[in-house]
Design a protein around this ligand. Structure first.
Ligand code: SF4
Ligand SMILES: [Zn+2]
Length: 142
C-alpha cells in the first residue's frame, strides 16, 4: 500500500467479475468474523485498493486494524491467484498464502462459513459448502 499508485495489474484483475465477486465474499466473511470476535475493538470501514475500486459496492466491511490487514492481503492473493477455476483458498493445493496468513484465514472461515447463512449471505455459505464437498470428492477420486 504505502499511499503509492495502485498496481496496474491489480486494477486490471479487479475488473474481472469473478475476481470482484470472490473478493466481496471474502470481505463479507471477514466482516462476520470481526463483528463476532472483535466487537470491543475500534472498527471502521475498510480502506484498501479493492475498496477504492468500488469492489465492495455499498457493503464495505467494517473491520478492526488486524482484520483489515488480513483482508488487504487476501485481496492481493485473489487478484493474483494462478488458479482458474479457483477453489476456496482453504482447499487449494497451490497455496500462495504465507503460513500465518493461511492459519488466520482458516480460523476466520471456520467461524464465518456457517454463520454466513444466518447473516443473509446464504448463497456464499452454500457455495462454500458445495466447494468443500467437491474438494473432498476430488481428493477421494484422485
Ligand atoms: S491459495 Fe490458491 S486459490 Fe487461494 S489465492 Fe492462492 S493460489 Fe489462489
Ligand atoms: Zn477484527
Amino acid at each position: 500500500m504505502g499511499g503509492t499508485a495502485m498496481n496496474e495489474r491489480f486494477r486490471e484483475r479487479m475488473s474481472d467479475a469473478h475476481v470482484r465477486a470472490d473478493t466481496r465474499t471474502v470481505g463479507d466473511f471477514v466482516g462476520i468474523y470481526c463483528e463476532g470476535n472483535h466487537a470491543d475493538r475500534v472498527r471502521a470501514a475498510l480502506q484498501s485498493d479493492a475498496a477504492t475500486l468500488g469492489v465492495y459496492t455499498r457493503k464495505t466491511p467494517v473491520l478492526c486494524d488486524e482484520c483489515a490487514e488480513h483482508l488487504r492481503y487476501a485481496e492481493k492473493r485473489r487478484a493474483y491467484c494462478a488458479r482458474d477455476p479457483k477453489p476456496f483458498c482453504a482447499h487449494c493445493d497451490t497455496q500462495c498464502y504465507k503460513p500465518d496468513k493461511l492459519a488466520w484465514q482458516r480460523t476466520m472461515m471456520r467461524y464465518s462459513g456457517p454463520r454466513s447463512v444466518w447473516h443473509g449471505y446464504a448463497i456464499a455459505g452454500i457455495k462454500h459448502a458445495l466447494e468443500a464437498l467437491k474438494y473432498r470428492k476430488q481428493h477421494r477420486d484422485a
